[in-house]
Write a protein that binds this ligand. Sequence first.
Ligand code: ADP
Ligand code: MG
Ligand code: MG
Length: 541
Amino acid sequence: QQQQHNLLKPIMSVNANDVDSSLLLNDYHHIDQQLLQNILYDSLVWSSLHGLLVAHKSVQSSGSVPGVGLVHAPISLLPTQFPESHWRQASELAPIFNELVDCVSLDGKFLQESLSRTKKADKFTSRLLDIHSKMLEMNKKEDIRLGLHRSDYMLDEQTKSLLQVELNTISSSFAGLGSLVSELHRSVLSHYGQIIGLNSEKVPANSAASQYAEALAKAWTEFNQPRAVILFVVQAEERNMYDQHILSVSLRERYPFLIFNSDYNTKGQKDVLAFGKILSFLSLVHILVAGNFPQLYNTHGITTIRKTLAEVDQEGELLPDGTLLVDGQRIAVIYFRAGYTPADYPSESEWRARLLMEQSSAVKCPSISYHLVGSKKIQQELAKPNVLERFLDNKDDIGNLRKCFAGLWSLDDSDIVRKAIERPDLFVMKPQREGGGNNIYGDAVRETLQNLQKAGSQEDAAYILMQRLFPKISAAILIQNGSLHKENTISELGIYSTYLRNKDKVILNNQSGYLMRTKVSSSDEGGVAAGFAVLDSVYLT
Ligand code: ADP
Ligand code: MG
Ligand code: MG
């Protein structure tokens, strides 16, 4: 499935006359053409030099051999406007969602019961639930729990409210590249901002990459086996590999500021470089004099290895004490960047690998429970009245979460199914899938619902219905394959979060940077990897 997706598919054009320009958010379309070309050129140079890159599909080995067939990531030329109040609202929800995921993950019965009908209709969910049941039977406990989530939102124009699209608990992508896009936009605006009338300070600093790396490193530290490594479970072909390598290189690096030196809340590049040089020198002194002090500088010195699920099946071994060895190496943390889609499990071998890892004592990001909590069905169950109250005590937290819930329904609600057949444009129909390109929109919602009704089977339990959100349209400039496209677009804001606990001790519970994704307004789906959207950042208004 991932292979079918085209990272660089040219974005469809919409007719500019469709949109009343007084309703537009940004109006970037009227910027002088030569100026746009200059910004484009500088952005392409910046992207190439800083690793804001993906593998190009035209080069066969580019998805497996790093350094081959690179192209800049699909990006927005300039950041998209977003109200600061809603930005803060989304950021403040992050630690509450972290806590919610953790609490729900501990209620095995709730997960099994909520997904019991889905299990009959959806083979993939059923296989995940089988692993989950086995863990319940074994009474398997996960003392160290690591969550690297991304909660996605749209600012619905009709209700003027920030509404959650979904919560990703597995393989939340673009922490690496997303941080770079924010940095690129700040750099572009610090140079061209005055001419365009934009201030680089309005693009919030984005430390998603360093915070994700730090959370993985802290989980490794809690595991407390100095020789153990972090396992990245990956797809064999991965055109988004640089996003992942940003994390693994950041984990490995012992010498601060030799790379990624400007990824923090800093104003001018010059200060950062000077500061970086001094710190690099000091750390070198430390390393020479007294070994190293990675923690002092937020550097980690941790080895990561990359394996596919099939390789884990071949090379993995579980010792009687629960230790997971892969290729002879002891694993401290398993970070899944694969395993979220049925396409990642072409044979029994991959399922064996998933089970083997789940049985081990390694920290899993995510555990099978965390993975299931992120399913669309659980999102819908949590939105029912009085369900949040089962998991959270704080009334304000509950109220704040609920405010961002859009309409979500199970298909056994016949009133809603009838409404959706009448007005399919107001709904999105979602199966239990991740990675973009799986949802059903428009007339296809009607057809699918009618077919399910005719068949009268349990198949409807594979889906949920969601209120369709309509964000404000912007006049944006998207860059793909080195060229500009002026488009009318809508955007989706993702807020990264990190959560780490060891038994009762909560070590991390933070908002951890953001990702804006922007797509042509006429396109239903939104994934960047799926080829529908570009990476963007936020311009606070
Ligand atoms: P996935 O896990 O595959 O990313 P999502 O629920 O995020 O699934 O849906 C994929 C894309 O579809 C989103 O990025 C968004 O662009 C679009 N989408 C999803 N839900 C809605 C909705 N309720 N209203 C409008 N667009 C939606
Ligand atoms: Mg998702
Ligand atoms: Mg999504």
